[in-house]
Design a protein around this ligand. Structure first.
Ligand code: BTN
Length: 248
């Protein structure tokens, strides 16, 4: 069942009390020709994470997928994902939590001084198109908001645990406003991302199908890839090639 959510959003909103996955629903809407829709759910029964992982999405979280048809190339698509991580991190910070971004797309809360963290939000971006043109892109954002962290997988935290509950309607409105502003000004995404990045300056190990890379994360490129200073010189890793990144 779809009802009006009644928020002032820069996208039309389709709200579900319960849905399998807002990303799957956005994909369905894309095949029907829709655009500029935010699919929102109180609960997802089949939430999906990156790399075919499941994503735990009980009632109380903010689970939203934004479907757009931007005039960008597939190479620019990672900027949409970075824009979403900046939007989520800024909204979470407004809620009083010291959220930072772990490349490529996790929003985390630092724990202690040694680069450790707990994850508070994640992004799953899906798209379709040709080599030179994106047809549609669905940016799925999952924020552990008004949930007890102990009901989530190990390593997760929530806005409730860190700072207390948020008004989800206002919160999601802020996320969507921020996302809209950054996607309309793609050049501002990487600088804003740098300001919030936990990863830069860290020594990290990146697991990739093509082999691990260890070195210091020194920058992100204009298209959102991570620049690593290794013993063999500089290496550039794109988000899609990263299976796991951890501080070492
Ligand atoms: C990850 O960190 O692995 C990405 C998690 C993405 C979860 C969000 S919740 C809203 C949207 N719908 C889904 O099924 N997944 C994304």
């Amino acid at each position: 069942p779809t009802v009006e959510y009644g928020l002032e959003a820069p996208f039309s909103v389709e709200y579900h009390d319960s849905v399998g996955s807002t990303n799957a629903r956005a994909r369905e809407l894309a095949t029907e020709g829709a655009a500029d829709v935010a699919v929102l759910a109180d609960e997802q029964t089949g939430g999906r994470g990156r790399l075919e992982r499941a994503w735990s999405a009980p009632s109380g979280g903010v689970w939203v997928s934004v479907l757009t048809r931007p005039e960008i190339t597939p190479a620019q698509a990672p900027l949409y994902t970075l824009a979403a991580s900046v939007a989520m991190a800024r909204a979470i910070r407004e809620a009083g939590v010291d959220a930072r971004i772990k490349w490529p797309n996790d929003v985390v809360i630092p724990v202690g001084e040694d680069g450790d963290y707990r994850k508070i939000a994640g992004i799953l971006t899906e798209m379709e198109g040709e080599t030179d043109r994106v047809e549609w892109i669905a940016v799925g954002m999952g924020i552990n908001a008004n949930i007890d962290a102990e009901s989530l997988p190990e390593g997760a935290t929530t806005i409730r645990d860190e700072a207390g509950d948020v008004d989800r309607r206002l919160f999601v409105q802020r996320v969507l406003e921020e996302f809209d502003a950054y996607r309309n000004d793609l050049e501002s995404v990487v600088p804003a991302w740098r300001d919030l990045a936990l990863t830069l300056g860290q020594r990290v190990r990146i697991d990739r199908a093509a082999g691990d890379i260890v070195g210091e994360a020194v920058d992100v490129t204009a298209s959102g890839a991570l620049v690593i200073d290794t013993d063999e010189g500089e290496q550039i890793v794109s988000a899609g090639d990263c299976e796991h990144l951890r501080p070492v």
